[in-house]
Design a protein around this ligand. Structure first.
Ligand code: ATP
Length: 150
């Protein structure tokens, strides 16, 4: 199925605008027009929802969340970056494992989750023959990059 990434990203940004607003987060969207790829629109929406949901969950009031689409030769990059709590380097290799939650996330009473989100995000990415990467610095923020072939 031909999926408009542009429409998808706009849809997810619209979903999270009130959530970001309520928490006092700036949600910035960089979304060029006319980007399409072959895929499953519902699953790709779920992928973006997981990433933006995490970015909003693990970023405190006053922070920034950026959702950016970059066309490349033969692929597109989806980047979700936040200025949140970040992830301890010891936890980073495990965040895509099922049910894995970093100690900090478990300890934070205000967030709940199953630790399934990123495992599902990885599964959706790989079902589209893509690659997903996470980089993070504690106290600075986290960036997740998804590369999908067009
Ligand atoms: P859910 O299944 O509801 O998404 P979750 O957020 O705990 O729950 P994952 O999305 O799989 O599960 O994330 C795994 C862990 O990675 C989280 O518990 C958290 O410690 C860490 N993490 C994920 N995204 C971020 C982020 N943007 N900033 C900081 N930590 C994050």
């Amino acid at each position: 199925q031909t999926v408009s990434v542009t429409d998808l990203v706009q849809h997810v940004a619209d979903l999270f605008e009130p959530i970001a607003d309520a928490k006092g987060l700036a949600l910035e969207v960089i979304n060029p027009p006319d980007i399409t790829l072959q895929g499953d629109p519902d699953r790709l929406a779920q992928l973006l929802i997981i990433l933006v949901d995490n970015a909003c969950k693990y970023t405190d009031t006053g922070g920034h969340v950026t959702l950016e689409v970059t066309p490349q030769r033969g692929s597109i990059l989806l980047r979700v970056a936040d200025t949140g709590t970040g992830i301890d380097p010891a936890d980073v290799p495990h965040v895509f494992d099922r049910f894995y939650r970093a100690d900090k996330a478990r300890a934070r009473g205000d967030t709940e989750g199953t630790g399934l989100g990123l495992a599902i995000a990885k599964w959706i990415t790989e079902a589209h023959r893509g690659k997903i990467q996470l980089s993070s610095t504690p106290g600075v923020g986290t960036t997740v990059t998804v590369q999908l072939p067009v």
